[in-house]
Structures are given as structure tokens and as C-alpha cells.
Design a protein around this ligand. Structure first.
Ligand SMILES: CC(=O)N[C@H]1[C@@H](OP(=O)(O)OP(=O)(O)OC[C@H]2O[C@@H](n3ccc(=O)[nH]c3=O)[C@H](O)[C@@H]2O)O[C@H](CO)[C@@H](O)[C@@H]1O[C@H](C)C(=O)N[C@@H](C)C(=O)N[C@H](CCC(=O)O)C(=O)O
Ligand SMILES: Nc1ncnc2c1ncn2[C@@H]1O[C@H](COP(=O)(O)OP(=O)(O)OP(=O)(O)O)[C@@H](O)[C@H]1O
Ligand SMILES: N[C@H](CCC[C@H](N)C(=O)O)C(=O)O
Ligand SMILES: [Mg+2]
Length: 493
């Protein structure tokens, strides 16, 4: 029996007596099962994975991990099979710990970031800081695996098999430091269980994902799971105190015996005293435990200072000298698709691409640009299909309140009627121009730019495709902005 199979057995997943499978791999999807695999048949939102046990057994599964319902669904097939059956009360949790044991290795230092907005930004900045300080590092999340090696990921927080495979590959490749995003779906579905976290950060809490979590309380509880359950008692919680939910999250972390490092403008261990903006970024003055520091940040957006200080908090709590951490700040670079200067018109007007896809993010991104704009601020906004529908009018409203001109366009309609999504966004922005075709909206927004104006193209950030029905059509806001500027100004942007 292989070493990994022994570990699985040690886990004593109540394996069926007398059956001793020689496990060769793990799968969460029956279509990926190969001879000797353990298939995790999980309860889903559309269907119970138990429906696929029969297929998995046919493909050679040697063990099935499921719950009582899954076992009942496939009772007759399981009775006729030699495969070990593991019935767990929470099979997602059991799978996550099984994957952690199976893949084994993890980077020594792993930190996670949760919050409605800013996860990708903070985890990317932590990785950039670590890299500057000479640590082999990656970040993993919405933009995939980035840093010392890169790979695409389907989810912000991957399923536990993908996640633990990725962490093991990273550790085996010599990566010592990893910063990851903890999405609320990922926390709720226990995708992070078994990850040996040393610290975690909380950015902020505003509306998103109510389609999945149903209520704000349930959404918050999912995020709090990072500090209540996943981060161990001797870890460090880095908390943004400026968010109205910051104190509640701090109390949750403290009750679990975690060390606390607070970040904020109004106070905190790491306290932002002053920001002075200019055309290419900002100069910061801040204190750490009462001692004052200054640093240059070549990043647009007041909120990026909060993200950067949270990242500093994570780096410091992971053992790096604070003064050295702060010395890296002038070297931090724009996170792909976050307040990214995509093009400049020949009249000097700037075009930014940003991933704002929540009401708070749309407001924050537009407010962040205001100090940099002499003329009008123009916004292009849309909302994704098959996602929280209640945020759509609020996103429109956030655009209408914070921009001078608004274009409402399509984001990723997915299975929904794009016209209906646009209508919902327009409820909050009745004066907006409605231009369904995203490329045309970008062209029109850029055409409207006068000297001193700026345009924010919100919603898709780094994405390189537009999801329409079952298809992913190539689409890249940065590229479209360049094409539009070239067409209008007769030159390459
Ligand atoms: C709502 C949600 O998170 N769904 C995830 C969930 O799917 P589900 O529960 O609906 O699964 P299902 O379709 O009912 O199927 C049940 C089970 O049967 C299995 N199955 C299904 C078909 C088959 O032929 N064989 C088979 O074994 C499935 O793998 C699944 O385990 O479990 C699947 C397997 O792990 C995920 O792929 C799927 O992510 C879907 C695609 C998704 O879009 N998730 C998004 C919303 C998401 O997770 N986003 C977060 C947040 C991003 C943010 O912060 O903004 C992220 O971390 O990316
Ligand atoms: N600290 C912040 N406060 C408010 N808004 C922010 C903050 N940081 C980023 N944003 C806004 O949110 C957008 C998404 O940022 P980012 O990708 O870092 O968030 P995320 O939490 O990873 O999002 P996702 O849930 O899609 O993974 C940015 O493009 C910006 O508009
Ligand atoms: N991680 C986010 C991404 C949203 C991006 C936006 N372009 C959209 O499609 O809604 C989500 O799955 O809700
Ligand atoms: Mg993200």
C-alpha cells in the first residue's frame, strides 16, 4: 500500500471494515475519476454528487467519500461494489482534510485574505513585498497563481483538491511564502480547511453574493469562518478597523486566541496619518506602534493605501522587519485590472480599467479617481448575470452618484437576458446612456473624453473573456481601450 493510502487510512475515515483501497488519486468530479481514485460525492446546489457514484465506480473508483444522502442515492451500486465507503457528516470538510493529508507539503508561510473587496489586491501586494525581500513567493486567487510560477485557476478559492495540489507543487518547487484569497463561497464550502495558515487579513464587508448566501448575516458568518475556524489560535489576524465590521471581526479573532494587528486611518497598530496624491500615485505617512514612517506609493487610488498597509501587516506578522517591508513600497506595481491605466488619448485624457463589480467598489473606484481628474469623470458600468441581482441598481446608483456621465453596458451576461440586467442597473442610473455592446460602449466613452477628463471602465478588470450563455468570447477591456484610442486618434495607444 502506498504511503498516501496509509495516510488516508490513518485518517480512519470510518472506512468500511475489511476493505482496504489502494487509493491512486482524488476527484471531486466523477468525470475526472481514474482507476483507484477516491471520489468525493458532495451535495451540490444543482444536484447531489451521489448521482454520479455509479459512474465513478464504473471508472474504477476505489473509495467513495460522501454523506448519508449520497450513500442512500447509490445504495445498490455501493452494495454491489468492493469500493470503500466513507460516510462523513460534512463530506466537504472531510475532503479538504483528506486532500491536505494526501498532498502533504505546503509552503511554510501561508496567509489568507478575506473581505468583499480588495482580496486580490492585498494578496498580490503581499507577494510583491515578499519577492522584493527575497522570499520565493506566490499569490493565488482570482487572477490565478502569480509570482515565482504562474497558472490559471477556475475559482478565486479553488476546490480543496486543486488548492492542496497547488500548494504542494509550490512547496516542492521551493516556494516558501504563499498569499491566498479566501472567498466567502470557499469558506462556506470548506475549500480552505486543512491549509496551514499563519495569518489572515480582513479588508471590508459590503454587499455581494446575496444570491448564494441569501442574507448579510450569513455572508458575514461565512467570512468570519476564516477567523473562527480556519486560522489557528496562535495565528495573527490583521484587521481593517476602518470598516464598520472591523471591530466585530477583531472580537471573533481575539475570542479564538489569535494575535491581533489592526490597521486604520482613525487608529490602529498600523495607522495611516496622511496621503498626498499626485498624477502617478501618492506619498504616505503612517505609524507602526507609534513610530512614524513615510513611503512613496506609485499606485492610483486612495483605497490602495489601505490594501497596501494590510499587506504590510501580513508581511510583518510573518516575520519580516517592518522598516525593510516599508522600503519595498515604492516598488509595488499595479495589480492587473485594478485601477490600471489602460490608455491615454492624444488630448491627455486617461482611460482606467478596474474590477469594481460591487456597489461599494464602483463608488470607491470613482471617488479614488476624482482627485486626479480636472474635467469630467465618465464611467462605464454593467453587472454580471447569474450573480447577486439585488446589487445591480445599487451599482448603477453608485456610478450615477460618483461620475458625471455614465454608460450602462453588458458585463458577463452568462445565462441571463443582458437587456434585463442592463435595465436593473439603469434603475439606479436613469440618466445613463444604455449601450449593450461593450466594445461600442468603450468606443463611445473614449470618444466623449475631452482634455482633463478621465474614463473608468468598471467590472471586468483582468478578465480576457465575456461569458455569454455557455460561451466565453474573447474580450479584454484594456485591449478594447487601446483599439478605441487608436481608431479615434489614429495612433497606437
Ligand atoms: C455556487 C458554487 O460555488 N458552486 C460550486 C459547487 O457547485 P455545485 O454545488 O453547484 O455543484 P453541482 O453542480 O450541484 O454538482 C454537485 C457535485 O456533483 C459533482 N458532479 C457534477 C456533474 C458530474 O457529471 N459529475 C460530478 O461529479 C460536482 O463536481 C459537485 O461536486 O461545487 C463545484 C465543484 O467544486 C464548483 O465548481 C462550483 O462552482 C461554480 C462553478 C461557481 O461558479 N462558483 C462561484 C460562484 C464561486 O465559487 N465563486 C467564488 C467567489 C468569487 C468572489 O469572491 O467573488 C470563488 O471562490 O471563485
Ligand atoms: N480596500 C478596498 N475598498 C473598497 N474597494 C476596493 C478595495 N480594494 C479594491 N477595491 C475595489 O474592488 C475591486 C476588486 O478588487 P480586488 O480584485 O482586489 O477584490 P477581490 O476582493 O479580490 O474581488 P473578488 O471577490 O472578485 O475576488 C477593485 O477593482 C476596486 O474597484
Ligand atoms: N468573483 C466575482 C467576479 C465578478 C466579475 C464580474 N465581471 C461578473 O462577471 O459579475 C463573482 O464571481 O461574482
Ligand atoms: Mg479576487
Amino acid at each position: 500500500m502506498g504511503e498516501r493510502s496509509k495516510k488516508l487510512n490513518q485518517l480512519a475515515l470510518t472506512a468500511r471494515e475489511g476493505k482496504n483501497p489502494d487509493i491512486t488519486g482524488l476527484a471531486i468530479d466523477s468525470r475526472e475519476v481514474k482507476e483507484g481514485y477516491l471520489f468525493a460525492a458532495l451535495p451540490g446546489t444543482r444536484v447531489h454528487g451521489g448521482e454520479f457514484i455509479q459512474y465513478a465506480l464504473r471508472m474504477g473508483a476505489a473509495a467513495i467519500l460522501t454523506d448519508a444522502q449520497g450513500a442512500e442515492i447509490a445504495a445498490s451500486e455501493l452494495a454491489a461494489s468492493d469500493a470503500a465507503l466513507v460516510i462523513a457528516e460534512d463530506p466537504r470538510q472531510a475532503l479538504a482534510y483528506t486532500a491536505a493529508l494526501w498532498f502533504g507539503a505546503q509552503p511554510e508561510t501561508i496567509v489568507a485574505v478575506t473581505g468583499t473587496n480588495g482580496k486580490t489586491s492585498v494578496s498580490t501586494f503581499v507577494r510583491q513585498i515578499w519577492t522584493e525581500l527575497g522570499h520565493p513567493a506566490i499569490n493565488l486567487g482570482t487572477t490565478g497563481v502569480e509570482g515565482a510560477w504562474t497558472a490559471p485557476l477556475a475559482h478565486t478559492t479553488p476546490d480543496p483538491i486543486t488548492l492542496h495540489r497547488c500548494l504542494a507543487e509550490a512547496a516542492e518547487a521551493g516556494i516558501t511564502h504563499a498569499a491566498m484569497e479566501a472567498s466567502s463561497h470557499g469558506l462556506e464550502q470548506r475549500r480552505l480547511d486543512g491549509v496551514r495558515l499563519t495569518a489572515a487579513a480582513f479588508t471590508n464587508f459590503t454587499q455581494d453574493h446575496l444570491d448564494y448566501h441569501k442574507t448579510f448575516d450569513a455572508y458575514f458568518a461565512a467570512k468570519a469562518g476564516l477567523f473562527r475556524r480556519v486560522l489557528p489560535p496562535d495565528g495573527t489576524a490583521v484587521i481593517n478597523l476602518d470598516d464598520p465590521k472591523g471591530n466585530e471581526m477583531r472580537a471573533i479573532a481575539a475570542a479564538r486566541g489569535q494575535h491581533i494587528l489592526t490597521v486604520g486611518r482613525a487608529g490602529g497598530d498600523l495607522c495611516l496619518l496622511n496621503q498626498r496624491f499626485d498624477a502617478t500615485g501618492q506619498d504616505l505617512r503612517f505609524t507602526l506602534w507609534g513610530k512614524t514612517f513615510q513611503a512613496r506609493l506609485n499606485l492610483i487610488g486612495g483605497f490602495q493605501a489601505e490594501n497596501v498597509l494590510l499587506a504590510c501587516g501580513l508581511a510583518i506578522t510573518s516575520g519580516d522587519d517592518p522598516a525593510r517591508v516599508f522600503e519595498t513600497l515604492p516598488h509595488l506595481t499595479t495589480v492587473r485590472g485594478r485601477m490600471q491605466l489602460a490608455a491615454t488619448r492624444s488630448n491627455g485624457a486617461a482611460v482606467y480599467v478596474d474590477y469594481a463589480h460591487t456597489p461599494d467598489a464602483v463608488a470607491t473606484a470613482l471617488r479614488a479617481l476624482r482627485p486626479h481628474v480636472m474635467g469630467r469623470l465618465i464611467a462605464i458600468v454593467g453587472a454580471g448575470g447569474d450573480r447577486d441581482a439585488t446589487k445591480r441598481p445599487l451599482m448603477g446608483q453608485a456610478a450615477a452618484e460618483n461620475a458625471d456621465v455614465v454608460y450602462v453596458t453588458d458585463d458577463n451576461p452568462r445565462s441571463e437576458d443582458p437587456a434585463q440586467i442592463r435595465a436593473a442597473v439603469m434603475e439606479g442610473a436613469p440618466e445613463a446612456y444604455e449601450v449593450g455592446d461593450r466594445a461600442e460602449a468603450i468606443l463611445r466613452g473614449i470618444d466623449a473624453l475631452q482634455p482633463g477628463d478621465a474614463l473608468l471602465i468598471a467590472g471586468k478588470g483582468h478578465e480576457t473573456g465575456q461569458i455569454v450563455g455557455d460561451q466565453i468570447l474573447p474580450f479584454d477591456d484594456v485591449e478594447q481601450a487601446s483599439i478605441a484610442v487608436a481608431a479615434l486618434d489614429g495612433r497606437v495607444a
